[in-house]
Design a protein around this ligand. Structure first.
Ligand code: AMP
Length: 493
């Protein structure tokens, strides 16, 4: 694995800094070899066994991720905010042999693991005297990340070591990562953005990654104001919150921030459309023009504004190195410049398959091997612009992808709900705000439904608003008319 081979050359340089201290590349290599030894437990190769882990962003997270890879396992990072039913879904889908939990999540994970005969280890237990480690072919699966689709529950996106390497190499080249870089991580580590764009790119380059366990606006502004970072990457919702924080801060705080943040060489936004007002306000406050890029769990990063050249607000720039991109119209032909089409992507960074969903994998690719992203784009003055999704049933809220249908199905399984429609309403903070309209068939309040959903769905899927209605607008076929549902919600204000 090249990521790990390269680390040997970075020796005593600091790889990761977290609340508990700083850790060198040498410590990461030793720690991950010891983790691998424990996971192997006398065996020679995990041969693609899935290892689930629920660990805060930290040195331990990276040590365990590398340990899984070095033992020949497939890393399945669990979302730290998932309630039990979402975790059970992931565990039942990937059937891990081992689950690893930090202290904080042990009580939640233990009963779920025990009832499934999954061995549960604490972070400290993932440690044993080193043994010989297997040679892992780069074409073997490395990781499964869950992502929402239009049909049913989330799908597991399987990427190989070679896919991850291609994703990393492309970004390292385009954004000129170097050994003396230092990045602040405030993104969750069950999502490609934090895992690949931040951690893997940093560690590939011999750079240093300063890790915060969770996002906190005051702490991030304070860290950015220290003047020791070179890079920062986040979703638009985070920039929106940092702007709100700075707007309420003292003149002194803002001045300290502004003086120091100039030392950063690059600030990136992605995972959802960056509203132009956010880009402009951030430029006023920080002096930085955010570099917007477009990507997806399945493809890594696909399009990016230029690191050195102009960054055009509202545009996502051009294909990244080693990524082929095309726009295809309804007639299945390439569109002419200025016409919208579905973004399709090909190249070594594109994922292997959806976990145990061969039909969905097959239908996600064209006959000639292009991945259909489900996003519509257009080339404007030589640069790509994202127009939206080809389906309104996929929402993006706070940078997280959400299936409206999954939430509707969950609502419909409640005994007092007879009809439900979930829509995304444009929102300056969230990008889209998840909103549900429910037709009840019994005594139920919106608050009761929200608490009920909270116990079953990840927090970002729980609607910010639930409206009770007498009926939903439908067409002659009985299908809910979503644009009318949006109007209904907006009209009710
Ligand atoms: P995920 O797999 O969670 O990273 O979600 C990928 C989806 O996020 C893409 O298919 C797009 O719909 C959306 N997305 C990512 N980056 C951008 C961007 N810069 N502008 C608009 N949408 C984006």
């Amino acid at each position: 694995m090249e990521l790990i081979d390269r680390a040997a050359g970075f020796g005593e340089r600091i790889a990761v800094a977290d609340r508990s201290g700083t850790f060198s590349y040498a410590q990461l290599l030793t720690g991950s070899a010891r983790a691998a030894a424990r996971l192997l437990a006398g065996g020679v190769d995990l041969e693609g066994e899935r290892i689930a882990f629920m660990v805060e962003p930290s040195f331990d997270y990276v040590r365990i991720q590398w340990g899984i890879w070095r033992a020949g396992g497939v890393a399945v990072p669990l979302c730290l905010t998932h309630p039990a039913p979402e975790l059970e879904y992931v565990l039942d889908t990937v059937r891990p042999t081992i689950a690893i939990s930090s202290d904080r999540y042990a009580d939640l994970l233990r009963p779920l693991a025990e009832s499934r005969d999954i061995e549960l280890l604490t972070v400290d237990e993932v440690d044993a005297d080193p043994v010989g480690l297997p040679m892992v072919d780069p074409l073997r699966p490395a990781m499964i990340l869950f992502t929402s689709g239009t049909t049913g529950r989330p799908k597991g996106v399987v990427t190989t070591h070679a896919n991850i390497e291609a994703q990393v190499e492309s970004l390292v080249e385009a954004w000129e990562w170097a050994e003396n870089d230092r990045i602040l991580l405030t993104l969750p580590l069950h999502h490609i953005h934090g895992i690949v764009n931040v951690i893997c790119c940093a560690l590939w380059s011999g750079a240093r990654c300063d890790v915060l366990p969770a996002f906190d606006a005051a702490e991030v502004i304070d860290r950015l104001s220290n003047g020791d970072l070179t890079l920062y990457m986040a979703v638009p919702t985070i920039y929106h919150r940092l702007i709100a924080y700075l707007e309420g801060a003292t003149d002194e705080e803002v001045a300290r921030f502004r003086d120091a943040v100039g030392a950063l060489r690059l600030m990136v936004s992605g995972s959802a459309a960056l509203p132009v007002p956010v880009l402009k306000r951030w430029r006023e406050l920080s002096g930085h023009t955010l570099l917007e890029r477009y990507g997806m769990t399945e493809i890594g990063m696909g399009l990016s504004n230029s690191y050195r050249g102009d960054r055009v607000p509202g545009s996502v720039g051009l294909p990244l190195p080693a990524v082929e991109v095309r726009l295809i119209g309804d007639d299945n032909e390439s569109v002419s410049d200025g016409a919208p089409g579905e973004i399709q992507v090909r190249g070594p960074a594109v994922f292997l398959e959806y976990w145990e969903r061969p039909e969905e994998t097959a239908s996600a690719f064209t006959d000639d091997g292009w991945f259909r992203t489900g996003d519509t784009g257009v080339v404007d003055e030589g640069r790509y612009r994202i127009l939206g999704r080809t389906t309104i049933d996929i929402l993006k809220t706070g940078g997280e992808k959400v299936s409206a249908l999954e939430i509707e199905e969950m609502l419909l399984s409640h005994e007092a709900v007879s009809e439900a429609a979930v829509v995304g309403i444009d929102d300056p903070e969230w990008g889209q705000r998840v909103v549900a309209v429910v037709v009840p068939n019994g005594e139920v309040t919106a608050d009761e439904l929200r608490s009920w959903l909270k116990a079953r769905l990840a927090p970002h899927k729980v609607p910010k608003e639930i409206h009770l209605a007498d009926s939903l607008p439908r067409n002659a076929m009985g299908k809910t008319l979503k644009p009318e549902v949006v109007e209904m919600v907006l009209g009710s204000r």
